[in-house]
Each structure stands twice: as C-alpha cells, then as structure tokens.
Design a protein around this ligand. Structure first.
Ligand code: PLP
Length: 326
C-alpha cells in the first residue's frame, strides 16, 4: 500500500498494530523515525544494541529486553543489509510479537533467496531521494494480512470508509498519482541498479580489504544486501586520526562521504526521558567510527577505483604524527 513517506509507513503500521503502553524493541543505531513513530503511535521504543559487524539489531540483546509489555519488534535492514531474519522470526514466534520491518533503505534486499518485502507482519519502505528507488517523497507498506491492509488503507486517508463517513482516526498520507508514476518507472530500473550497487560494493571490498585500520561492511549470513549505503569502520588507533578527520581528508581528495549516523537514538535529546542511563557499547562504538563512502549505481568501475584509491591514500598517509603529510 503506497503512502506519502517512509515515516508515514511506519506511523500507520505501528498505529494499526499497537495499543497505548505497548513496548517495541528498536535498534538504537538507525534513523530517528524507526523509534519516533513508535512513540507517536502511543507506544514505547525499547532500545537494543546492534551487531558490530552487520549494524543490524543484536537478536540476543533484543531478546534480553523483552518484558510482559513487549508487543512488537521493529528491526531495520540498515544500509540495505538484511537483519538476521530467521532468528528474529523465532523470537517473535516464541513471545507472540508482531514484526514491523523498517526497510526504508532496503528495496530489493534479499534473505535466504527471498525479497524481504514478503515477510510478515508489515514491511515499511521509503522513496526519499537517497533510497534505492525514489518518488521525491513517498513510501510503501507491504503486508500479507487482508484485515491489516484494510485498517492501514483507512488510516492513510482520514479513516474514511465511505464518502465523508469516518470509522477510524486517520491521516492524509496518500501518495499522489504523479509520484506513483515516477515510482513505477523507478521500479522498472530497480533490479539493474541494485546489481550495479552490488558490483560496486564488491569492487570496493576487493580494494579495501586488508588496509590496516579499515573494516569493510559484512553482509548478513544468508542475505544479499542492496547496498543503499557502503559504510566502513575507521580504527583511529591504526590510521592515526579520528573518523571525522579521516572524512575531512577524504573530502579534500574529492570523495564525497557521510556519517550515517553519528549518534545513537538512546543518546538523542528527544528520547532522554526513556533512555536515561542506557549504554549500548557496540552501537556507540559503531556511531563513533562509521563512514559511508560512494557506492551509487551511476558510478563506473573507474570511479570506484578512484574512491578506493582515495581511502587507501588517506589510510596509509595518516599515521600517528604524520597527519600533516596528507
Ligand atoms: C531507516 C529509515 N527509516 C525511516 C526513514 C523515513 O523515511 P522518509 O524519509 O521517507 O520519511 C528513513 C529515511 O531516511 C530511514 O532511513
């Protein structure tokens, strides 16, 4: 079901599935909307640490945070890398939890040979311009349950079941026809673009693996990442500078890069009341060391060679006491 943004997709899915006071397990290392929409829907995000290699929710950590109030899990296929889907499904089944997958960055991501959009209970996509496909702004919820679909469809448009007859509280979260037309064209190109992203990621891995102080991203076992982002971890002790300094040096080599994300959600002021005193060592470490480098499908093999050469140059040049030589 189409909606006007990924945030709207999450808001509708959480509102349809949750009751006030419910708790939802959310990774602390993700975009803010995964958790904020839980809270806007009247429930409580319960933050969990992430796996230090895949950056997706740590299933054992999530399991340890389950209480009598836990109603759902909201795992995020972060950067296009699928979560540990089988293990999460097992936990959900054992504790009777709903699963709302945040697939905002994961169009075309696969797990055990299947597209992640087919997994219950609801899968939420974004069509923001930085995503694998875009409609400018826009989103989508995929689900297998007819009753859930009908509820979400009503919520998308003012809970209106008949002309000016409203049976539910709802929103205006409709995707326009013009955006939908853009989306159909984007969908046609999606598989080719993901294949290019995967080729670029492969090429980056070949070039970057083995550079001291650089950790390349690890794909989930059994999964196929769509590489919406290609994020490396910088070991400051080895390269001799901080992640932020490393990024500045890469930019001076004309290589655009970004930090997704510099701060975990439990460290965000907006969640101060529910996250006071919480610490998640793996997520905090990742947030301090992560750096996204270009992997876009429009980049050619020689562009990727340049990106990799830039990373190698900066990593090799900056050693303790040698920053000035770069
Ligand atoms: C993981 C994640 N969840 C949710 C969203 C929200 O999507 P949108 O920007 O379309 O509202 C985004 C978008 O940046 C995202 O990356």
């Amino acid at each position: 079901m189409s909606v006007s943004s990924g945030t709207a997709a999450l808001h509708v899915a959480f509102t349809a599935l949750l009751d006030p006071g419910d708790e939802v397990l959310v990774p602390t290392f993700t975009f803010v909307a995964t958790a904020s929409m839980v809270q806007v829907a009247g429930a409580k995000p319960v933050f969990c640490d992430v796996d230090p290699h895949t950056f997706t929710i740590d299933v054992a950590a999530a399991r340890s945070r389950i209480t009598a109030k836990t109603k759902a899990i909201a795992p995020v296929h972060l950067f296009g890398n699928p979560c540990n889907v089988d293990a999460l499904k097992d936990v959900a089944q054992e504790f009777g939890l709903k699963v709302v997958w945040d697939a905002a960055q994961a169009h075309g991501t696969r797990y055990q040979g299947k597209d992640i959009g087919s997994f219950p209970d609801a899968v939420c996509y974004s069509f923001y311009p930085s995503k694998n496909m875009t409609t400018g702004e826009g989103g989508m919820i995929t689900m297998n349950d007819r009753a859930l679909y009908e509820k979400c469809r009503l919520m998308r448009s003012h809970g209106q079941s008949d002309k000016y007859y409203h049976t539910l509280l709802g929103f205006n979260y409709r995707l326009t026809d013009v955006m939908a037309a853009l989306g159909l064209e984007q969908l046609r190109k999606l598989a080719g673009r993901i294949a290019r992203r995967r080729e670029n990621a492969n090429q980056l891995r070949t070039h970057l693996e083995g550079i001291p102080g650089i950790q390349t991203p690890r794909e989930q076992k059994g999964g196929e990442s769509s590489f919406n982002l290609y994020s490396i971890l910088i070991d400051s002790d080895v390269v001799g500078c901080t992640r932020d300094e490393f990024m500045r040096l890469l930019v001076s080599e004309n290589i655009g890069c970004a930090v997704n994300y510099p701060r975990c959600l439990h460290q965000q002021p907006v969640f101060a009341d529910i996250a006071r005193g919480l610490h998640f060592p793996a997520a905090e470490d990742v947030a301090g060391r992560i750096l996204s480098i270009p992997v876009e499908p429009s980049l050619s093999r020689s562009d990727i060679d340049l990106v990799a050469a830039g990373v190698r140059k900066v990593a090799n040049a900056v050693k303790p006491g040698r920053a000035a030589e770069v």
